[in-house]
Ligand binder design. Sequence first.
Ligand SMILES: Nc1ncnc2c1ncn2[C@@H]1O[C@H](COP(=O)(O)OP(=O)(O)OP(=O)(O)O)[C@@H](O)[C@H]1O
Length: 266
Amino acid sequence: MEDLAYMDRQMSTEQDIKISAKNVQVYYADNHAIKDVNVDIADKTVTAFIGPSGCGKSTFLRCINRMNDTIDVCRVEGAIKIDGEDIYDKRVDPVQLRAKVGMVFQKPNPFPKSIYDNVAYGPRIHGLAKNRAELDDIVEKALRRGAIWDEVKDRLDAPGTGLSGGQQQRLCIARAVATEPQVLLMDEPCSALDPIATAQVEELIDELRQNYSVVIVTHSMQQAARVSQKTAFFHLGNLVEYDDTDKIFTNPEDERTESYISGRIG
Ligand SMILES: Nc1ncnc2c1ncn2[C@@H]1O[C@H](COP(=O)(O)OP(=O)(O)OP(=O)(O)O)[C@@H](O)[C@H]1O
């Protein structure tokens, strides 16, 4: 009986893995920025990447939707699978991949278009709506998920760039979720926001976890502790420690993690 229970636990753990990285190396020309990273990232969980400046957090995050492909000198080796599929396989179209793996950047970057068109852009290029009514539905749903619908519903034709910084970032989150991604990558999404907008985005991240696997790079250990269930600590291109967020912040295994969380490095 015990064996069966153990197998059950093992199977459910394996099924819950959304992203699996094996022996990932990243080079920018001669600079070995990510060194043999192995990690399994769970579905419907917020995972935080923390570590000192330049340790490779953003570089590794960008591997997950092949954003590094756009950097000429960048070379990625090893394997990254999402739902068991190798995202670096030649047959994978990076544009399609990025609809499935959405990204939100440090600085809110709405397109110079209306609020409506910002959100409708992805669904349009991926042909997700058959007609205007369906597109309207998708846009409304995404803006609701971005927790900004009530603030913009009466001015969908106004430019997205006219919103406040916090609203723009929630618009960008709505734009990212409009294509129904399965994974949401966030690269310091609150660094340009004030404390109130930060709190709103953090609350939103917690809600998004019901539907998505969220990976967030953050410089704020308080933020990592508030929003994530799992934390990965990077140092000099190595993934030093990856564990439950509580464990990382209260009882880390590695001395380097301990030094970082207590403010001795970084
Ligand atoms: N576009 C790029 N071209 C060349 N080198 C890069 C590029 N982006 C990052 N690097 C290098 O890769 C290493 C890791 O940088 P990365 O930005 O991933 O670290 P980070 O942990 O996200 O840092 P930060 O917290 O300061 O944003 C650094 O040595 C950096 O100089």
